[in-house]
Ligand binder design. Structure first.
Ligand SMILES: [Zn+2]
Length: 281
């Protein structure tokens, strides 16, 4: 599923293509992909793209039309691809649900086999209200994270997946970040709070490396030109169950945390001792 590095890659690459273009025609055929309260995509016709931004895992294309500013918000869900082509394609493509024709003959397309993503066309105010997420994973500070974690007892793995706490992280990058920070995924939030500095530093490093590699492609994720990311070759724990830890050679384990497959090194990522057991000794 596309997480922050994949969405950031799509945003950065579309930023080189879309601004300045006028949307001449917009069609969305899979109407169930509209987010609640969205306007029809045809409202974008005649509007000019001003910028392309990211809010958590959502892509926000800011447009200026004759009737004011409008945002096109695309969330890629599990398997979505937002593809850009210099030329319109008249062929019927599998799982193609929306297309935006652009001045100059280029085309933006939304392909999504499983359709867990969504499309929303709304005013900038409505976008802000709809995408209410926590601080971005690239910029959240250790103090901000510690402040939230101190009051929580759920597993740190589950807390970091909560977009209201930190926006942009998903299963892959939480596992990779906790490995780098040497924090066990089942550590309670209030105990992980004292490792906030290590966690934030690890999250930033993992995300920066993943963005530099243009994201992780296991199956569906594609860059706007259709090519794959390359971070899948650099993963240290995710998907490496039973293989040796790159740091200590112990075998990587996989457990379930909040129904999500969770990968960690049992030797590098120890559970902190509980208060009662440390009292006992
Ligand atoms: Zn290890």
């Amino acid at each position: 599923m596309p997480e922050l590095p994949e969405v950031e890659t799509v945003v950065r690459e579309l930023r080189e293509k879309l601004p300045g273009a006028v949307i001449t025609r917009a069609v969305l055929t899979a109407r169930d992909m509209y987010r609640r309260d969205s306007r029809d995509v045809s409202a974008l016709e005649g509007a000019r793209v001003a910028s392309v931004e990211r809010r958590g895992k959502a892509i926000v294309v800011r447009c200026r039309g004759s009737n004011g500013d409008l945002d096109l918000v695309v969330h890629l869900g599990m398997t979505g691809q937002l593809l850009w082509s210099a030329r319109a394609n008249t062929k019927a493509l599998p799982h193609l649900h929306a297309r935006w024709s652009l001045s100059g003959g280029a085309e933006l397309r939304l392909v999504d086999p499983r359709r867990f993503g969504y499309v929303m066309v709304a005013s900038p105010d409505a976008t802000t209200a709809s995408l209410a997420v926590g601080p971005d994973a690239l910029t959240v500070t250790a103090d901000e994270l510690a402040h939230v974690l101190r009051r929580r007892t759920a597993a740190i793995k589950a807390l970091l997946l909560d977009q209201r706490i930190v926006a942009g992280l998903g299963n892959i990058y939480v596992d990779e970040s906790l490995f780098l920070a040497k924090v066990h995924p089942l550590t309670r939030g209030d105990r992980a709070a004292r490792k906030s500095r290590e966690i934030v530093a690890a999250v930033r490093r993992v995300l920066a490396n993943a963005i530099a590699a243009r994201g992780t492609t296991f199956s569906d994720y594609r860059r706007p030109d259709g090519s794959s990311g390359e971070f899948q070759f650099k993963l240290r724990v995710y998907g490496r169950e039973g293989e040796r830890c790159v740091r200590c050679r112990a075998k990587i384990r996989k457990i379930e945390v909040g129904q999500r497959g969770t990968h960690f090194c049992p030797r590098c990522q120890r559970m902190p001792r509980t208060v009662s057991s440390s009292r006992r000794k």
